[in-house]
Design a protein around this ligand. Sequence first.
Ligand code: NAD
Length: 271
Amino acid sequence: MSLSIDMSDKRALVMGVANARSLGWAIAERLLEAGCQVGFSYQGERLKGELEKLTAGRPGTWIQQCDATSEEDLTALFQRAKDEFGELDFLVHAIGFAPRAAMEGRFLDTTAEDWNTAMNVSAYTLVSAARHAEPLLRDGGSIVSLTFQASQRVVPKYNVMGAAKAALEAATRYLAVELGERQIRVNTISAGPMRTIAARSIPAFATLYGSAAEVAPLGRNPTPEEVGNLGLFLLSDLSTGMTGQTVYVDSGASIATIKAQAPAAAEGKDR
Ligand code: NAD
């Protein structure tokens, strides 16, 4: 599919690309195709090589290490963004983490330490990154993050991450109100399950992946490209009337609880 959105005068910061499967990369690829200049942050030096490979030969890109829970790292990252770009149009937050132990046992047994880690990394960093971005963001800018429907419904073993995603979605609404005055929009994408590094830390991911595709009206899980397309739309001027929203790209799985079947097909089968 070809999209002709011209973002050659736009500048974005994408936080949370680990490799080519990352949902942050799916959005970044669309931005780069549209001509946007993109800076990237990665967590820890072990991810540097991967991002160097992904951005090699792509003009207007730069990368910087940033643990999003560190105020010092955030200050350095946004100083770099200022030095490279002067201003920002877009911020993409594609960061999530919960200790595996908190997703293996019962939700009842979540420790305060694991709760705080999941909330801090997966929800609070949207608030702190938005605060650091605020002085750089142009009026009319756009912020996008990624969430999952376990914020609204119980998904086995998603546990504390369900609570963290609910916090992220609530934070999206509060940020949208405070930044709306400057026409800066804040939305979050609720994506269906995708095979990424973060997904590997969810103990019941294979079951979740299969059952989401099973109930989805489209009969499959969405692709990273479809997440990228929605990201591009929410960042672009095509969505200037939208803010504070949780927007689903999940093949419709969130509206269904049992395997969907068109009425005519179901009647035919019953006869
Ligand atoms: P991913 O592993 O590719 O990306 C997660 C990123 O978070 C990694 O780059 C990791 O380095 C980064 N990160 C973790 N802790 C960090 C910290 N302290 N500071 C900075 N960065 C940190 O996996 P992904 O699936 O692309 O995840 C991106 C976002 O999409 C997450 O918010 C995730 O919850 C969300 N999401 C994923 C799925 C899925 O099924 N994969 C579905 C819906 C939403």
